[in-house]
Design a protein. Structure first.
Length: 409
């Protein structure tokens, strides 16, 4: 990160934080949800149901305009406006600002989603809760890494209350981040699938036909977002959707995210319903990775060809991990991840809140593997060394699916 970019990010934090204190119906800066290659949602919390307009375009002069599509109430008698920006071009920077009742937010920018074949970077974070100093540090570091979107693993705050959302999640550094980096959230048990969670998040349209759980494609990656706050047992509507979704996806990289985890050594332990889903749905359809939070540590588990990663504390009190036969590595520390995805590679670096590298995972697929059908033998290359992020040559071990693993201390 150059000094110039750091100064720009710091200035955006101050500018956006100022909006949260200003008078007028908009109660905090606008932020971004459900980005695709051709659209994105801008969410604006307001004390009024008066229409919110968003000016946007590929230059700071904007040129296009959209307005409130729907409104979700919070438990504090405020209203979250959902404004959909359409007719975007893929992988392009857009500027935007929100307007309501003669009040305008500062201008911010974001990048629309890429199409298959284009590399991109995303971030992962989960379990912020009441650890606001750690959350602040991680939000700042994610911003400095400049991802184009983020996946969040729930427990954004300690309770489902309006005050908890505002005091613990919607903090100045987080608002600066999500004002330019859209995020997708898998709800956690602390915020729950509550009135406020539903108001403050917006899912993209998908074959699920619901906001409760969904999927989307971003570049060469397909993401299934599970909601472990509603029924996901075998035969449930969510289970049926997950199976149909993964069967139909032909994306190179298949990722599942959820708050709870199928496999965990220590912490909250294993979840039998998610284990059944992993065995009967994820494995036959060649999911590459399942990422979760819930247990407050970092852990890399490997079961039947799938990495089950717990990246589970961006502030929540730390747990002590233990060890199971499937555990490759565990670290008791705060954590988040930065991931670079390309057509033939998937490179993840896991950091602590101070920026130290905890672990890395580098997967790659040949064109032959990408074209093969689900259930066919999958070869991949695995890098489990710990280089500095993305700027050091990596040492690759060519391998098939490992038959045994070693615990790395």
């Amino acid at each position: 990160m150059t000094r110039k970019l750091l100064l720009v990010f710091a200035a955006s934090v101050l500018s956006l934080a100022a909006v949260a204190q200003q008078s007028g119906p908009m109660l905090m800066p606008p932020y971004l949800q459900a980005v695709t290659a051709h659209s994105v949602y801008v969410l604006v919390e307001s004390s009024s149901t008066d229409t919110v307009f968003v000016e946007y375009g590929p230059t700071p002069a904007f040129g296009m305009k959209s307005q409130t599509e729907s409104i979700e109430p919070t438990t504090n008698s405020t209203f979250v406006h959902n404004i959909k920006l359409i007719e975007l071009s893929p992988n392009k920077e857009y500027y935007y600002r929100a307007l309501q009742s003669q009040t305008a937010s500062p201008s911010a920018s974001f990048r629309s989603a890429v199409l298959a074949g284009t590399p991109f970077r995303f971030a992962w974070m989960a379990d912020c809760r009441s650890g606001i100093a750690v959350h602040d540090s991680i939000a700042k570091r994610i911003g400095e890494a400049r991802p184009v979107m983020s996946l969040y693993g729930g427990d954004l705050c300690a309770r489902s209350s309006y005050a908890s959302f505002k005091e613990e999640f919607f903090r100045p550094l987080e608002l600066a981040l999500i004002g330019r980096v859209p995020f997708f959230n898998a709800p956690g048990n602390h915020e729950g699938w509550s009135v406020n969670t539903k108001a403050f998040t917006q899912a993209p349209s998908s074959a699920s036909g619901t906001q409760d759980y969904f999927s989307f494609d971003y570049g060469d990656m397909h993401v299934l977002v599970l909601n472990t706050e509603i029924d996901y047992s075998e035969g449930s509507p969510q289970y049926v959707f997950a199976e149909k979704d993964l069967v139909s996806s032909t994306a190179t990289w298949k990722i599942v995210i959820a708050h709870k985890h199928a496999y965990s050594a220590g912490g909250h332990g294993e979840d039998s319903d998610l284990k059944a889903m992993a065995t009967k749905i994820f494995e036959p359809n060649r999911v590459d990775m399942v990422i979760s939070g819930h247990s407050h540590f970092y852990q890399k588990n490997f079961v039947n060809g799938i990495y089950h990663l717990i990246i589970g504390s961006a502030g929540a009190p730390l747990y002590s991990p233990s060890q199971e036969w499937y555990t490759l590595k565990s670290v008791k520390d705060y954590n988040y991840a930065i991931v670079d995805v390309a057509p033939e590679s998937f490179k993840m670096i896991v950091f602590n809140d101070r920026g130290a590298v905890l672990d890395s995972l580098n997967l790659s697929k040949s064109p032959e593997v990408k074209k093969s059908k689900p259930g066919a033998p999958e070869g991949f290359r695995l890098d489990q060394r710990y280089p500095r992020p993305f700027n050091t040559p990596s040492s690759i071990v060519r391998s098939g699916t490992p038959k045994s693993v070693l615990v790395q201390q």
